[in-house]
Ligand binder design. Structure first.
Ligand code: ASP
Ligand code: MG
Length: 466
């Protein structure tokens, strides 16, 4: 069971999470994976920014504020001062490490990816002891565990990949004996370590990924991701009021949605569980009586094949082109080796057969380094005007229509685009993978709400299907 930041956001949330865990532990063997309390990772990253600018005072002030926040939670979770002491000792150790890291960074005015990972990881290392203490308080044995002891990764700081064989070995060796004794392990999400013990993180929002990595490593029957929404919805309810929870979707559909910015899941979450076909639930820790969404290998087909809509903002359209590229056979290859070299996540690609232009979309945070790398790669071609332009448009968004069973159903693209046309939404680029489980289009950012509302209505997604 994984509890996200809002599900451990304060003492009462932590107590609720603890009672979910204690109830589950009565029925089965259960491992908890926890995020940092909500907002904490952002604050830690802010602290590293101050430190990098040489401002150790501001950085340590943030750590001090975090100490208070966790102390408040600790005080209200554990009525007994004696019980608090040992937890407080652990929290102090973690915070002291944070202070040392920030002071070192401020001294050098240099923030390495390794240090950034070490500081960002502190939030989980503060929340896990609190949750474990709350579980004990609620009546089950529990132990906080640092995922550096369990999850073995490569050394790509800020987005490390797990090495499953080693992770399986370590996790089983460490956790099975605890489970046998009826102890609920509370593991820090988001964190791993390289083979030689260097701390890494799995990328922002990576605690979901931690949960499925451990689920797969331990051959779990299921993984439950407790969050603050009722599951996977047909669309973002803030934009589409008729949106509702989807009872069951397939791995593929969930992955498409996650990939395209439905914030419920980290995009890599399902990778570890696909092979073993372990179901993953998304449930609301604030409404534990609701079932949420079950993600399964096949999903369950409903109606006309379209399951959900999603929009991704904070993305940038980059285009490499000009008539000169028609004759350059290696432009596509070089473009995408360049994006790969800077580890930019390419969300959508579109090239017309006239080959005048290759356009693709990356997260806005990746845009600048991608464009710089492309300008370097194509410097000669730009000088000779074989490649005329590398342009950037940040004011766009992607909307995706997702559904595994859209495959082979003709007319879905037609229906989508004529409805959008009727509502005056202009399309900048379109892409449909040959898996046909997703039709994506690029529009101006300000048209997102209209596009979602239009398509949601067009496919009747607001009406429950049997
Ligand atoms: N605390 C980390 C973050 O905010 C990981 C997570 O919550 O999933 O990105
Ligand atoms: Mg999250």
């Amino acid at each position: 069971m994984k509890f996200g930041g809002t599900s451990v956001g304060d003492a009462s949330c932590i107590a609720r999470a603890a009672s979910i865990l204690v109830n589950a532990a009565k029925e089965c063997r259960c491992v908890a994976v926890v995020s940092a309390m909500s907002g904490v990772t952002n604050r830690l990253i802010e602290a590293t920014n101050h430190a990098e600018a040489g401002n150790a005072v501001e950085a340590t002030a943030i750590l001090e504020a975090l100490r208070k926040q966790h102390e408040v939670a600790l005080t209200s979770l554990l009525p007994n001062e004696k019980g608090r002491e040992s937890i407080r000792g652990k929290l102090e150790e973690v915070l002291a490490e944070g202070r040392r890291l920030c002071e070192g960074t401020a001294l050098l005015r240099e923030l390495t990816p390794r240090t950034l990972d070490a500081v960002s990881s502190l939030g989980e290392r503060l929340s896990a002891p609190l949750v474990a203490a709350a579980v004990k308080e609620a009546g089950a044995a529990s132990e906080a565990i640092d995922a550096t002891e369990l999850v073995v990764t490569d050394a790509f700081h800020g987005g490390a990949e797990p090495q499953m064989d080693l992770t399986r070995e370590k996790s089983q060796a460490r956790l099975f004996p605890l489970l046998e004794k009826g102890i609920v392990p509370v593991v820090t999400g988001f964190i791993g370590a390289t083979v030689d013990g260097q701390l890494t993180t799995l990328g922002r929002g990576g605690s979901d990924f931690s949960a499925t990595i451990l689920g797969a490593a331990l051959n779990a029957d299921e993984v439950i991701i407790w969050t603050d929404v009722d599951g996977v919805l047909t669309a973002d309810p803030r934009l589409v009021p008729e949106a509702r929870t989807i009872p069951e979707i397939s791995y593929r559909e969930a992955a498409e949605l996650a990939y395209f910015g439905a914030k419920v899941l980290h995009p890599k979450t399902l990778n570890p569980v696909v092979q073993a076909a372990i179901p993953v639930w998304i449930r609301n820790s604030f409404q534990p009586d609701r079932l949420g969404t079950k993600i399964t290998p096949e999903g369950r087909s409903i109606g006309g094949g379209v399951k959900a809509l999603t929009a991704i903002r904070d993305v940038t359209l980059i285009s490499v082109g000009g008539p000169g590229i028609v004759g350059l056979p290696d432009v596509v290859g070089r473009t995408f080796s360049t994006t790969a070299a800077v580890r930019a996540n390419v969300l959508l690609i579109s090239q017309s057969s006239s080959q005048n232009d290759i356009c693709f979309i990356v997260a806005s945070t990746d845009a600048q380094r991608t464009v710089e790398a492309l300008r370097k790669e194509f410097a000669k071609d730009l000088a000779h005007q074989d490649v005329e332009h590398i342009t950037v448009d940040p004011n766009i968004a992607i909307v995706a229509v997702v559904g595994e069973n859209m495959r082979g159903i003709p007319g879905i693209a037609g229906k989508t685009f004529s409805a959008l046309g009727r509502d005056a939404v202009n399309l900048i680029a379109i892409a449909q993978g040959s898996s046909e489980s997703n039709i994506s289009f690029v529009i101006e950012e300000k048209a997102v709400k209209q596009a979602l509302v239009t398509a949601h209505r067009e496919f009747g997604l607001g009406t429950p299907h049997g």
